[in-house]
Design a binder for this molecule. Structure first.
Ligand SMILES: NC(=O)c1ccc[n+]([C@@H]2O[C@H](COP(=O)([O-])OP(=O)(O)OC[C@H]3O[C@@H](n4cnc5c(N)ncnc54)[C@H](O)[C@@H]3O)[C@@H](O)[C@H]2O)c1
Ligand SMILES: O=C(O)[C@H](O)COP(=O)(O)O
Length: 411
């Protein structure tokens, strides 16, 4: 097996939150054997201890990789978010520490979309309250307040990967789809853009949220927005718990203005399956509550495990940062005969010339060079045909350049 920067058996992989075993298999198949696996997220103090030893860490949506936690991760080469959302990682702090963060942008998209469609139908038929009543021994056979999905208006807030899938599936049911996004988006099928969020809220029978967690989306659905929704309309939130003012939603459900809701994500979620779930929505018959399982299907988790672990392996073996969410993206060819030097640095004037001066001074020919930058950092990859020891010396010379964040050599 080809050697990388140091023997693969010394590279430590820390996998948290029960990421799919397919991730473990992917690392093993690539020659990585030091894999520490935890079913849950770790308390911050323990996380700091474990991450200090790790070269790669794999998390899901619960583990908070704050600047303070990343500050302990002196050996960390990259982070894998085995999910879509990356809001749980301080991406800027990771970048400035020279740590690329990877995720799985599409692998659970379909799972979320299917759940949302099922919930839209159930809410339109008022099934949650009928189900609850039957469980209590009640029987109220009535069509009152129950509607077909056909011809109803579905309002999608955030028309990205999930939003567009939801829209296409909903059209298959004969729903009329409108959407709101801050970006101009190609309307798929017969979907139509709305004249803004308020317009969407005023027209939709079912509103479904598919925005990321950002400062702009925090509490974007509060009392005012709920009041704009049609009498008896329903709300689905499988995006992030911070997007909806949960107390305002509870009040709107109690008043009957909102006819029902399906909520998968919450402002505060239990740390693990053994912890209690507390929410103002608990006990409401017209609310479907799910424990953040929008993307939790075996198919999705399996695919995510392979996808994210493969990205980490590729970065480890080859240096490619393609699809990193916080880092200059470099898609690199294989380097079968040369040594590959990786240099991550602050993006300041004169950096490239200082790097190249070393090779000219040392009389080392550069076989190939790749440079990608963003406003904060630069990522330079240099292939050279030199002996292993010489490559290590060049790496040390590169590391001594002021402004260097990380250096690595791949053999
Ligand atoms: N419940 C779950 O298990 C689960 C699973 C997967 C994803 N998610 C959440 O769903 C979110 C969306 O996923 P995606 O793959 O569709 O992401 P995406 O990036 O493809 O789409 C998000 C869309 O929201 C739009 N947007 C951003 N800010 C907005 C704003 N202020 N107003 C209106 N539109 C805005 C973006 O332009 C984009 O089109 C993720 O960020 C994640 O938080 C939850
Ligand atoms: O961001 C995501 O993909 C979802 O929120 C799912 O997160 P999870 O892997 O923690 O269930």
């Amino acid at each position: 097996m080809k050697k990388t920067s140091f023997p693969k058996q010394d590279i430590r992989v820390l996998l948290l939150e029960g990421v799919s075993r397919s991730a473990v298999e992917t690392f093993k198949a690539a020659g990585y054997s030091q894999i520490e696996y935890h079913e849950k997220s770790l308390p911050e103090a323990e996380l700091k201890l474990r991450i200090a030893e790790a070269h790669f860490v794999g998390i899901r949506s619960r583990t908070q990789l704050t600047a303070a936690v990343l500050g302990e991760a002196k050996r960390l080469l990259a982070v894998g978010c085995f999910c879509i959302g990356t809001n749980q990682v301080d991406l800027a702090a990771a970048e400035l520490a020279g740590i690329p963060v990877f995720n799985a942008p599409y692998s659970n998209t379909r799972s979320v979309a299917e759940l949302v469609i099922a919930e839209a139908i159930l809410l339109l038929r008022r099934i949650p309250q009928k189900n609850a009543e039957c469980h209590r021994g009640g029987w109220s056979k009535s069509a009152a307040g129950s509607f077909e999905a056909r011809d109803k208006v579905l309002g999608i807030v955030g028309y990205g990967h999930i939003g567009t899938q939801v829209g296409l599936l909903a059209e298959g049911l004969g729903m009329r789809v409108i959407y709101h996004d801050i970006e101009t988006k190609l309307a798929l099928g017969n979907a139509r853009t709305s004249a803004g969020l308020n317009d969407l809220l005023e027209r939709a029978d079912v509103v479904t949220l598919h925005v990321p967690e950002t400062p702009q989306t925090k509490l974007m659905i509060g009392a005012d927005q709920l009041a704009r929704m049609k009498q008896g309309a329903t709300l689905i939130n499988a995006s992030r718990g911070t997007v909806v003012d949960i107390d305002a939603l509870a009040a709107a459900l109690r008043s009957g203005h909102i006819g029902g809701a399906a909520v998968d994500v919450f402002p505060v979620e239990p740390k693990g399956n053994d912890d209690a779930f507390v929410s103002p929505l608990v006990g409401m018959d017209n609310v479907i509550l799910t424990p953040h399982v929008g993307g939790s299907t075996l198919e999705a988790q399996d695919n995510i495990g392979i996808e994210v672990a493969s990205k980490l392996v590729r970065y480890s073996d080859n240096g490619s940062t393609l699809s990193a969410v916080n880092f200059p993206e470099a898609s690199l060819p294989e380097h079968p005969t040369s040594r590959r030097l990786l240099h991550i640095h602050r993006n300041v004037p004169g950096m490239l010339s200082r790097i190249n001066d070393i090779f000219s001074r040392e009389n080392v020919n550069i076989d190939g060079q790749y440079l990608q930058t963003d406003a904060n950092i630069g990522y330079v990859v240099i292939d050279v045909s030199v002996a292993e020891e010489r490559a290590a010396e060049l790496k040390d010379a590169l590391a001594a350049i002021p402004g260097t964040l990380r250096t690595r050599v791949l053999y």
